[in-house]
Design a protein around this ligand. Structure first.
Ligand SMILES: [Zn+2]
Ligand SMILES: [Zn+2]
Length: 487
């Protein structure tokens, strides 16, 4: 029976792989208009009308045409009332939403009604004829996210470990840095992103408090930062706790206790409806007049809608203000939550450094959907010092089955943990079972690319187990759990 299942799994994998790679080809346009630009159209304008139904939150337009005879089509967009942008011959894909738009286009509400794509034709040779195709894609909340595939293709479509910082602030909330004259000023987003890029990170999430005003600038910066993914994020900041959300398609009303958001589950529903995942920030911080609502005080949390916990915030790795104990306590309650880290940098030139800690995510691609899905799956570890090369791969094997971090395993009588550890020579492995380090199982790592196998006691492992790496100064790497289901 097991052999048959494996065969089925392999078949599924073969069929699933091309579908996962397809992305752009899979998304069908809502409107397609084809036509021809002839020589007589030179130095004229042409309108391509299309109807936008109610409920559309983002419009993405893609233009392709035959350029072989030096025909040039300039591109612009009007909504039913007014101008929404012009990009001449610069872009063949443009996107417009309330929070952000392709540079040259104006973000703002998407009214239903008759929009049009505006062509200008600076050049078409006499007697020439150039076929064109305009495709228009509508995003309606999370039901369709055409923009992710069309306007934001992955920076890298290879699966692998990607290193990033999931928490920082800039001038769009309370981030600051030194001006030209050395004054403390609101820190421009560009300075923050540049500092992150200098850290060699693969991705960052910019998480200003309660606003989406930075999304438009992130969209402008992304083509220039074409090695580092810029994830739109928000630190949803309430009076009783802070939570980062990654990848929302729109503003999320944070005002818990007002009619539109009567309680925390209502906030969580709107986070999910915006297509974002939720991570509870610095949950063990004290809450009071120094930092109001910094600890997590909500008692009506819907844990099924929480993806992650910020186990490490800045340099708080262990001790009273660290989130590790809070995370482990929730895992001990049977919740499945990915432990992540975030620097919470408010000044890229200050003592807290972007990338310390770094969260390392195994993802299908370097894209917003790729990284958020990777965090959800939980094959993730935290590099507390934010190095570029430390690695913690962990799997639990039993009875021919193998589960990596974030996965569930039903064990046989015997089980063991397999580890691959890079760039941590001289440090020691700590095996954690249900929040406690197992005595006597630690061993010193004797190579820069070490592979180890640790036998585990079934009774101790039931629940969840993980592996951490400890150096002289403290925890260097914090792994995510494999869930051991002994029922
Ligand atoms: Zn906070
Ligand atoms: Zn913060």
């Amino acid at each position: 029976m097991r052999g048959f299942r494996l065969f089925v799994a392999l078949i599924l994998a073969v069929f699933a792989a091309p579908a996962a790679m397809a992305g752009q080809d899979q998304v069908q346009p809502d409107v397609t208009v084809s036509g021809v630009i002839a020589g007589k159209d030179a130095q004229t304008y042409r309108e391509i009308p299309f109807n936008v139904p109610a409920g559309v939150e983002r419009i993405t337009v893609a233009l392709s045409y035959d350029k072989s005879n030096k025909t040039v089509i300039d591109l612009g967009v009007w909504d039913p009332r007014q101008f929404r942008g012009w990009s001449g011959g610069s872009y063949d894909k443009v996107t417009i939403a309330a929070s952000d738009a392709t540079p040259g286009y104006l973000p703002g509400p998407i009214p239903a009604g008759r929009w049009h794509v505006q062509f200008g034709v600076p050049n078409a040779r006499p007697n020439s004829s150039a076929a064109y195709k305009v495709k228009v894609y509508f995003d309606r909340g999370t039901a369709t996210r055409a923009s992710a595939a069309i306007a934001n293709p992955p920076l890298n479509d290879r699966p692998g470990w990607y290193r990033g910082d999931l928490h920082m602030h800039d001038a769009n909330s309370d981030g600051s840095c030194k001006s030209q004259l050395g004054r403390k000023v609101p820190c421009p987003l560009f300075r923050t992103v540049e500092a992150a890029s200098a850290s060699g990170l693969d991705f960052i999430a910019v998480t200003d408090h309660n606003t989406v005003a930075h999304f438009d600038d992130l969209r402008e910066l992304q083509p220039w930062f074409d090695k580092m993914l810029l994830i739109p994020g928000v630190e949803v900041t309430t009076f009783r706790g802070h939570t980062n959300i990654f990848g929302p398609s729109r503003f999320v009303d944070f005002r818990v206790g007002t009619p539109g958001v009567p309680n925390l589950p209502a906030l969580q529903n709107s986070i999910a409806a915006a297509g974002a995942i939720m991570s509870i920030n610095h949950p063990a911080s004290p809450s009071g007049e120094i930092c109001m609502g910094c600890g997590w005080l909500w008692t009506d949390t819907d844990w099924s809608q929480v993806t992650a916990v910020e186990a490490v915030n800045g340099t708080h790795v262990e001790g009273a203000y660290a989130g590790l104990g809070f995370w482990y306590a929730r895992l001990n309650e049977g919740k499945r939550l990915t432990g992540i880290g975030g620097s919470d940098t408010h000044d890229p030139d200050g003592p807290s450094r972007i990338g310390r800690p770094t969260t390392v995510v195994y993802a299908d691609s370097l894209s917003v959907p790729g990284i958020t899905a990777g965090i959800k799956r939980g094959n993730v570890f935290i590099d507390t010092e934010g190095t570029r090369d430390r690695l913690l791969e962990m799997a639990v094997v039993s009875g021919g089955r193998r589960a990596v971090m974030g996965e569930r395993l039903r064990p046989d009588a015997t089980l063991s943990m397999e580890l691959r550890l890079a760039a941590v020579r001289g440090a020691a492995v700590e095996v954690i079972a249900n929040g406690k380090a197992l005595a006597g199982l630690g061993s010193t790592i004797d190579s820069d690319d070490a592979r180890m196998k640790v036998s585990l006691d079934r009774a101790q492992a039931c629940g969840w187990i993980s592996a951490n790496v400890r150096g002289k100064a403290g925890l260097l790497l914090i792994g995510n759990p494999v869930y051991i289901d002994c029922r």
